[in-house]
Design a protein around this ligand. Structure first.
Ligand code: FEO
Ligand code: CA
Ligand code: CA
Ligand code: CA
Length: 671
């Protein structure tokens, strides 16, 4: 627990533990050649500088607001050719590198005063828990820019709400001397919980083109690991979410390990709970399947919050062991209130975040909507980022209509899991207790579920029973704005063996990852699809079979993670290589590339600072301001011995931050 300097050593390396030991088949096969099947829109084809290091650091009770207008802006017309920039080289500078003609500025780093009394960030990280609750959280991740007029025209490119996730905390950096004692000091735990969650920042472009936080805006808000939330959908009221805090199973506190994100057509934000299981401990002799299948620890919570002293309910809830007379007297069910997609209405600061349980419970990386079609069901995709887990799709029961759409559409529908067949076809398998095929397969697997809430609480187990395809760690998805084609990153899986390869996960010891894509048959809610592999990541010379794509020094990459289509149909790819892969591999620091999905032309656009991850991306409607998040710069730091000093420079403590990228001639990003 403690190293020789008496610093508590908390292992952050196992963030994506393998917990799927089910016996689903893996198909020994290679990627076979298939007929070209695509009918893309024609895409346009088209001296790195170390840009700026540091810089301008200026910095209803439910969200079912059904009457809000949709806001999908039209494509930018009459712009310069895309991918016209010169690719940047790989590198290991402790700064942001973007192409010549572009500028990058850090914005809203961890600790930026955001609400309340706007407490200043203290460079020695000595801010209290109460101060952190009023400051931007740590470890920025998924993000979305909502134009300030999102609820009407959605056209503002100069003012909006920037909403972004805080995935986790670095225990070596969050306090002056790192985490030093067990049992934990209550205010340290309070600060760490407050550094998680989501920030809502009202931002405005200034006359000189820079962006600044609107101080004292009523929209500025922190949602943390302690914010009261409601459970919505089929699991609300289930006996398995009854806790001392919520004896009727309708409420919980906080959202944790918020990784990727989504945003709805009705102008709300979706945050995704990924590696939440490790925050809890259950020391019971036998854990329930709702804990064991997800990797809840039997030793201690990830940051030992359950030990916080003086003890308080808000910390004891991380102990999910049976200690009370029944579920309403302890927190045995607290982990069951995590693992969900959470909807937040950034335009209503008093709104209570809603955990949308119909979308399933797993290690949600992100969430992405299928192409919107008036009068048709809503379709959403989400990957479970853990080794050998699955990709899911949700189809709403009610049709989507722009004028009436709202969060209620996410409370009722069918959740499916993907099976990628070796012949390039695929099937969506329903996790629906009323479906006869599901019932038969579950019975054959010897698994029983009480009701649909039980299925959803045990989404992974239900997917096991259906024979879904075990993937190489599904991260973000992206949907082409015109064609509706779906792309997903599969970041890596070093544990896949030769015997376990299948057509969709074609490499053993897959340390560099790949990107898969598919088209639904007939329409977005179809239960059959056709897929192929868009990109095999790797070193220079890596070939993606059955394509003319061979990676070069302009685009070699590993561990693709963040993925996003801009409105012009360019696919942005962000990488999350481990510290050793960045330090020792041929790829340099983590980076962001941009691809034309039609031609497969790919160019590196940005390289991040030392020991960071590049994750989270959004833009203004005019595509002239790009927001990118830099997470955990200086990831391998020890207390007061930093491996990065980004963004403040000098000997400063590294801080996760957003980066604002603009083109010096005021043009469209990527042109
Ligand atoms: Fe939080 Fe799977 O990355
Ligand atoms: Ca990720
Ligand atoms: Ca990752
Ligand atoms: Ca991360």
């Amino acid at each position: 627990m403690s190293d020789k300097n008496n610093h508590v050593s908390i292992d952050n390396s196992g963030l994506d533990p393998q917990t799927n030991f089910s016996l689903n088949p893996t198909f020994a096969a290679i990627v076979d050649s298939r007929m070209a099947r695509r009918n893309f829109l024609k895409g346009s084809v088209g001296a790195a500088v170390v840009a700026f290091i540091g810089g301008s650091l200026v910095g209803c009770s439910s969200s079912d607001d059904g009457e809000l207008a949709a806001l999908i802006p039209p494509p930018v017309a009459g712009t310069a050719p895309l991918l016209g920039f010169a690719a940047v080289a790989t590198g290991r500078t402790d700064g942001i590198v973007v192409p010549a003609g572009y500028t990058a500025r850090a914005f809203l780093p961890w600790g930026t005063p955001l609400t309340g009394s706007y407490p200043a960030f203290l460079a020695d990280a000595s801010n209290s828990g109460g101060e952190q609750e009023q400051q931007v959280g740590m470890h920025h991740d998924g993000m979305h820019f909502f134009p300030i007029d999102a609820r009407s025209s959605g056209e503002s490119s100069t003012e909006g709400l920037l909403v972004f996730n805080h995935e986790y905390i670095d225990n070596n950096l969050v306090h002056t001397n790192g985490i030093t004692t067990v049992p934990r000091i209550a205010d340290e735990a309070r600060k760490e919980i407050a550094a998680h969650g989501v920030s809502v920042a009202h931002i405005q472009q200034q006359a000189d083109g820079s962006w600044a936080l609107v101080n004292n805006s009523p929209f500025n808000r922190r949602i943390t690991g302690a914010t009261p939330m409601e459970l919505a959908g089929p699991v609300r009221g289930s006996a398995k979410v009854v806790t001392k805090y919520s004896p009727d199973g309708s409420r919980t506190r906080g959202t944790l390990n918020n990784c990727g994100n989504g945003f709805t057509p009705w102008g709300t934000y979706l945050t995704c709970e990924e590696n939440w299981a490790g925050y809890f401990v259950n020391t019971d002799a036998a854990q329930p399947r709702e804990h064991s299948r997800y990797g809840v620890s039997s030793n201690n919570g990830r940051y030992l919050w359950e030990t916080a002293t003086p003890a308080a309910d808000q910390y004891q809830r991380f102990n999910a062991s049976t200690v009370g007379a029944d579920a309403s007297a302890d927190y045995r069910n607290e982990p069951n209130t995590f693992g969900w997609i959470v909807e937040i209405d950034p335009f209503n600061p008093d709104s209570v975040p809603q955990k949308r349980t119909a979308l399933g419970r797993f290690g949600h990386e992100g969430i992405i909507f299928g192409k919107l079609e008036e009068g048709q069901p809503l379709v959403l995709y989400s990957g479970d980022d853990s080794r050998f887990e699955y990709i899911y799709k949700f189809v709403s029961s009610a049709p989507y209509f722009k004028t009436t759409a709202g969060g209620h559409l996410l409370n009722d529908g069918i959740l499916y899991v993907a099976r990628f067949n070796d012949d390039g076809s695929g099937d969506w398998l329903p996790l629906d207790i009323n479906n006869t095929d599901f019932a038969a397969k579950v019975a054959a697997a010897g698994v029983t579920f009480e009701d649909q809430a039980d299925v959803l609480l045990n989404t992974r187990l239900a997917a096991d029973a259906l024979g879904a395809t075990k993937m190489d760690r599904a991260e973000w998805g992206a949907v082409h704005p015109d064609t509706g084609e779906v792309y997903f990153t599969l970041t890596n899986n070093s544990r896949r063996t030769e015997e376990q390869i299948d057509a969709a996960n074609p490499r053993a010891r897959n340390v560099t990852g790949h990107i898969i894509r598919w088209n639904e048959r007939q329409n977005q809610s179809a239960t059959a699809f056709d897929w192929d592999i868009f990109l095999l990541a790797g070193d220079v010379g890596t070939v993606t079979p059955n394509t003319d794509l061979t990676l070069t020094t302009d685009n070699h990459l590993a561990s693709p993670d963040g993925l996003w289509f801009d409105k012009n149909g360019l696919l942005w790819i962000q990488t999350d290589m481990s510290g050793s892969q960045q330090g020792e591999g041929p790829y340099g620091n983590n980076q962001m590339l941009v691809a034309d999905p039609v031609t497969r032309q790919i160019k590196r656009f940005l390289v991040g600072p030392t020991d960071c991850e590049v994750t989270g991306i959004s833009a203004t409607p005019d595509m002239k301001t790009l927001f990118v998040n830099i997470q955990h710069p200086g990831d391998r730091s020890k207390p007061n011995n930093f491996t990065s000093n980004w963004p403040d420079g000098g000997n400063s403590r590294p801080r996760s931050a957003t980066v604002i990228v603009t083109k010096d001639d005021g043009g469209v990003i990527g042109s």
